[in-house]
Write a protein that binds this ligand. Structure first.
Ligand code: NDP
Ligand code: MG
Ligand code: MG
Length: 331
C-alpha cells in the first residue's frame, strides 16, 4: 500500500494552475471552498438558474458557466452526480479541453466504464475523500482532514500524480493520508461497498430486525431503538477501536450472544450473493441497468424512494427522533 501525506506533495505543481470545479453539491461545495481557502485559483462552473448558482456566489466563490469555467481552466474537476457527467462532459466540457489539461474526478465511474473518453493528450486523475462534503469542510476548518484516495488513469504531462495530490492537499486529505489506487479498484470496490454493506446491506439488516420485533408484537418505538438507533453507537465504537474494541465495550451477554448468533444471520448464502453482486459490477451488468434506469427518468428509483419513506420504521423513527430532539420538525 502506498500512502501520501502533506510532506509528499509538491504544492508548487498546482500553485499556478486554474482549477474549474464543476458542480457545487455535497463534494463541490466542500472541496472548492477548501481549495480556495488553501490559496488555489478556483472557478466554480455551474448552470445558470440552478439552485447552486446563488449559493456559490453567497459563499464568495468565483462562479462562471460550465463552458466558461472549462475554457478558462487547466484542471477540470468534475463533481456532478455520476449519472449526469457523460452528457455534461460531451456537450459543455469536451469542446473546451486542450492538450495538457487535466480531467479530474472524485469517483472513477464514468472513466472506468468508458462513458467519458478524453483524448490521449490530457491527464485523467481522481482524488476522492472518504466521506461526505460537509465533513470535508468541517474537518478542514478544524485544522485536520479526512482520509482519501488518489488514482491516475492517464499521465500525459508527466506530473499528473503531483497535480492530483496538490488538489488533495488543498482539500485537506493528505493531512489524514491518501492511499493510491486505480480507477478500476476504486469504482468496483465503491459500488460493492455501498450496495452490499453500507447502504444496501445495512438498511436491509436494520429493516429485517425491526420487522421481526414488530411482527412479534413489541412496540415499534422499542424496536426502533434496538435495531436502528443503537447502530450508530456500535459503528462509532468499531470505527474508533475495531471489532475487538467494540466487543470489549459491550456486555459479556451481548458479546457471547453476538458471537454465537451473528453468523446465523449473515450466512454463507449471503456471501455467495455478495459474490454475485460483485460479478454484476465487474461485468458491466450494474452499469447497464443504472444507465437504462436513468434513460427512463429514474422511474423505478423514484418509486422505491417513495415506498421507502412509507415504511413503518421511517415513520416511527422520524416521530421518535423529533420527540427526543435528535431531528428538527421540518427536516
Ligand atoms: P451532488 O448531487 O451533490 O451534485 C449536485 C451539483 O451538481 C449541484 O451543483 C447541481 O447544480 C449540479 N448538477 C446536477 N445535475 C446537473 C446537470 N445536469 N447539469 C449541470 N449541473 C448539474 O453530487 P455529489 O457531490 O454527491 O457527487 C459528486 C461526485 O463526487 C460524484 O462523482 C460522486 O460519486 C463523488 N463522491 C461523492 C461523495 C458524497 O459523499 N456525496 C463521496 C465521495 C465521492 P444545480 O444546483 O444547478 O442543480
Ligand atoms: Mg459511491
Ligand atoms: Mg441491548
Amino acid at each position: 500500500m502506498k500512502m501520501y501525506y502533506d510532506d509528499d506533495v509538491d504544492a508548487e505543481v498546482v500553485a499556478d494552475k486554474t482549477i474549474a470545479v464543476i458542480g457545487y453539491g455535497s463534494q463541490g461545495r466542500g472541496q472548492s471552498r477548501n481549495m480556495a481557502d488553501s490559496g488555489l485559483n478556483v472557478i466554480v462552473g455551474l448552470r445558470e438558474g440552478g439552485s447552486s448558482w446563488q449559493k456559490a456566489i453567497d459563499d464568495g466563490m468565483n462562479v462562471k458557466t460550465i463552458e466558461e469555467a472549462a475554457e478558462a481552466a487547466d484542471i477540470i474537476h468534475i463533481l456532478l452526480p455520476d449519472e449526469t457527467q457523460e452528457k455534461v462532459y460531451k456537450e459543455q466540457i469536451a469542446p473546451y479541453v486542450e492538450a495538457g489539461n487535466t480531467i479530474s474526478f472524485s469517483h472513477g465511474y464514468n472513466i472506468h466504464f468508458g462513458l467519458i473518453q478524453p483524448g490521449e493528450d490530457v491527464n485523467i486523475v481522481m482524488f476522492a475523500p472518504k466521506g461526505p462534503g460537509s465533513r470535508v469542510r468541517t474537518t478542514y476548518l478544524e485544522g485536520f482532514g479526512i482520509p482519501g484516495l488518489v488514482a491516475i488513469e492517464q499521465d500525459a504531462t508527466g506530473d499528473a500524480l503531483q497535480l492530483a495530490l496538490g488538489m488533495a492537499k488543498a482539500v485537506g486529505l493528505t493531512r489524514a493520508g491518501v492511499i493510491e489506487t486505480t480507477f478500476k479498484e476504486e469504482t468496483e470496490t465503491d459500488l460493492f461497498g455501498e450496495q452490499t454493506v453500507l447502504c444496501g446491506g445495512l438498511t436491509a439488516l436494520i429493516k429485517a430486525g425491526f420487522e421481526t420485533l414488530v411482527e412479534a408484537g413489541y412496540q415499534p418505538e422499542i424496536a426502533y431503538f434496538e435495531t436502528c438507533h443503537e447502530v450508530k453507537l456500535i459503528v462509532d465504537d468499531i470505527y474508533e477501536n475495531g471489532m475487538a474494541g467494540m466487543w470489549h465495550d459491550v456486555s459479556n451477554t451481548a458479546e457471547y450472544g453476538g458471537l454465537t448468533r451473528g453468523n446465523r444471520v449473515i450466512t454463507d448464502a449471503t456471501k455467495a450473493e455478495m459474490k454475485a453482486i460483485l460479478g454484476e459490477i465487474q461485468d458491466g451488468t450494474f452499469k447497464k441497468e443504472f444507465a437504462d434506469e436513468n434513460a427512463t427518468d429514474a422511474a423505478n428509483l423514484k418509486e422505491m424512494r417513495a415506498a421507502e419513506e412509507r415504511e413503518t420504521i421511517e415513520v416511527v423513527g422520524k416521530r421518535l427522533r423529533i420527540a427526543c430532539g435528535l431531528q428538527k420538525e421540518d427536516e
